[in-house]
Ligand binder design. Structure first.
Ligand code: IPE
Ligand code: IPE
Ligand code: MG
Length: 244
């Protein structure tokens, strides 16, 4: 089946609301092509563009992409600097187009170590895009699920002390609204490329009932057809949420 035929197969009534992707395998792609790791990351950016376009065509509401984790600082200084610059440069190049195409762009993650690397134009255009009601694109930058919970607990403790919330009212929904993903639906589907089958500190609270979809394809090779296939497979699953 070609792309047009595949996309026709999607049942619009049962579209996942939120898809989150762990984009893994750039380094191995570079190894396979006997080139430097940084070239794998460069190729990975092209795949992000392709998948964002496909998400728009498929009518997806929320897409979250894991771009840089709180653990990725453990890589060499050279790779970290290259990655951060590549992500920011790519966004600087694309963000006006994204805004024009009705995409609502948001960063999720800790700003702490990143203040300096954010480009002013990116932040301004980002804020402008918050009026858009097309695809909501979350870029997970310096994101860690545990860090997100720590940040949330700290804020809740402050609010509790200030009397803004009461202990009795703490529930799933309230905790969810203290997270970076406040007021968004939880991911229905989490995709991970490159054959690894783990969460690597991604959306640990929000993934409580997510469906998982794994592929051996390395991120730079991830095609729009495969992305649509993941949606079709999702639509064939039966979610139970604990019921029988
Ligand atoms: C994913 O590719 C990109 C980031 C983690 C930023 P990797 O760089 O993890 O690639 P592998 O896992 O080494 O192949
Ligand atoms: C997860 O990939 C982080 C991102 C995709 C940004 P990693 O390559 O960092 O994960 P591990 O180290 O294999 O678990
Ligand atoms: Mg990896």
């Amino acid at each position: 089946m070609n792309y047009e035929q595949l996309i026709q197969q999607i049942d619009k009534e049962r579209m996942p609301q939120h898809i989150a992707i762990i984009m893994d395998g750039n380094g191995r792609w570079a190894d396979e092509h006997k080139t430097k790791r940084v070239n794998g990351h460069k190729e990975g950016v092209k795949a992000v563009r392709r998948i964002v376009e496909t998400a728009v065509e498929a009518g997806l509401k929320y897409l979250t992409v894991y771009a840089f984790s709180t653990e990725n600082w453990r890589r060499t200084k050279q790779e970290v600097n290259y990655l951060l610059k590549l992500i920011m440069d790519s966004l600087t190049k694309e963000i006006e187009d994204l805004n024009y195409n009705n995409v609502n762009i948001r960063f999720i993650g800790s700003k702490e170590e990143l203040e300096k690397s954010y480009n002013k134009k990116v932040i301004e255009t980002c804020k402008k895009s918050w009026k858009n009601d097309g695809l909501h694109l979350n870029v997970a930058m310096n994101y860690g699920g545990r860090r997100e919970l720590i940040d949330a607990f700290k804020k809740m403790a402050d609010d509790l002390k200030a009397g803004k919330i009461s202990k009795e009212k703490i529930n799933d929904e309230m905790i969810g609204n203290y997270l970076y993903t406040a007021y968004m639906p939880d991911p229905d589907l989490i995709i991970r490329t490159s054959g690894e089958e783990r969460l690597s500190n991604f959306l640990i609270w929000q993934s409580a009932y997510s469906e998982f979809w794994f592929t051996n394809t390395l991120w730079p090779d991830f095609s729009r057809e495969e992305f649509i296939q993941s949606i079709l497979d999702f639509q064939n699953r039966k979610r139970r949420f604990g019921s029988r």
